[in-house]
Design a protein around this ligand. Sequence first.
Ligand code: IPD
Ligand code: CA
Ligand code: CA
Length: 264
Amino acid sequence: MQPTALLNVMIGAARKAGRRLARDFGEVENLQVSKKGPGDFVTAADHRSEQIIFDELSAARPGYGFLMEERGAVEGTDKSHRWIVDPLDGTTNFLHGLPQFAVSIALERDGAIHAGVVYDVAKDEMYWAERNKGAYVGDRRLRVSARTQFESAVIATGFPFLGRPGQARFLKELFEVMPHSAGVRRFGAASLDLAWVAAGKFDAFWERNLGPWDVAAGSILVREAGGFLADLDGSGDPVFTGNIAAGNEPILAQLRDRLKAAQG
Ligand code: IPD
Ligand code: CA
Ligand code: CA
């Protein structure tokens, strides 16, 4: 399956931003040992990536709105289309020279996520999906894993760090999941965690307090790969509540039961 014209626009923007991030990542590694550290440089790299994506998408589809992590909401004249963008997902990894970060771009059409790309810059892997057309990495079709037993499942998560709420609650949840699964992983880029659920590497994923830019593109990858998503606390759209669980159907159901048990 070849990406559609729409996806080619998204892939092109992600690749262009990613190329710049890859160059900047090399510089970050040098700055690690400098007195000032790489902090300001990484903030600038994040904004540069966002600017590239904004310019590319605005030129290709004038009038579409934006929801971008750094600049926030930008109203468009076309009220049914909105890009949801994280120009650098995995900033802490990037800052520390850890090669797990991504560019994430989704297109929302009439309130539903219609297409998404997640670009793993360090590995040069492009994940893409469009509604009813399947999910792919490069030209390979993606399927969620076929595992059914929680004991053999590897579960990805993201836990709160400095200044983030919910640390005690997370530990309770971890205590429910950790001893019953084959392993829990925290890689530090939510968009890639979801891409890896779509690719069948992770059997499920959960995290709280995420933004739509973290998960919008990943959500359609998971769905189009045959997986499911759920809001951890109710029946809202997890892309917008930010409390998300995703996985293949049987492991997701078991994960949700375990996380519920953690609340009791
Ligand atoms: C973060 C990453 C991380 C998740 C954080 C996010 P950022 O995004 O996705 O995995 O645990 O909650 O904020 O800040 O690197 O774009
Ligand atoms: Ca993010
Ligand atoms: Ca970000």
